[in-house]
Design a protein around this ligand. Structure first.
Ligand code: FES
Length: 155
């Protein structure tokens, strides 16, 4: 049995009740949890597993399959790299690598991927704190990220 705060148990039970008649309600419930917390906390996933009788592994299968879901709190800075076909063909892999290298040295920076954002002629591209940066390569990515507010380029 999961030990959790009464507030969290109430929140999850209310959310489960809200979507109880919907098919595929697991995804809807996970969306609601993420909307409430900014991510899906492990404690919530454990309670959900217990309440729905769904194995925890199945819940994490869903969480990791859909890029929308986060299993850690959002960081101070968010970098989203497009890894759709056009961006991939135009070099998104080194962009993603540069973004991950930057995040590894700057706590509070999250890196995630999306499939395609519909601006393929500008590939490869990424969003840094929701601002779009286009025609990137590894060097441009590193330069662009060093300009994020609150980051002075030092570790
Ligand atoms: S593949 Fe990146 S914008 Fe379409």
């Amino acid at each position: 049995m999961v030990v959790a705060s009464a507030d969290l148990l109430t929140e999850i039970d209310t959310t489960i009740a809200r979507f109880s008649s919907e098919p595929d309600n697991l995804i809807l419930i996970l969306h609601a949890i993420q909307d409430a917390h900014g991510y899906v906390p492990r404690e919530s996933a454990l309670i959900l597993s217990e309440r729905l009788g769904v194995p925890l592994a199945r819940i994490y299968e869903v969480l990791t399959f859909y890029h929308y879901f986060r299993t850690a709190p959002p960081g101070e800075h968010s970098i989203v790299v497009c890894h759709g076909t056009s961006c991939w063909l135009n070099g998104s892999a080194p962009v993603l690598e540069a973004a991950r290298a930057y995040a590894a040295n700057h706590a509070g920076t999250n890196v995630s991927e999306v499939r395609c954002v519909g601006c393929c002629s500008l590939a490869p591209l990424a969003f840094a704190d929701k601002k779009i940066h286009t025609h990137l390569d590894a060097q441009k990515t590193t330069e662009m990220l060093s300009g994020l507010s609150g980051h002075d380029g030092k570790h």
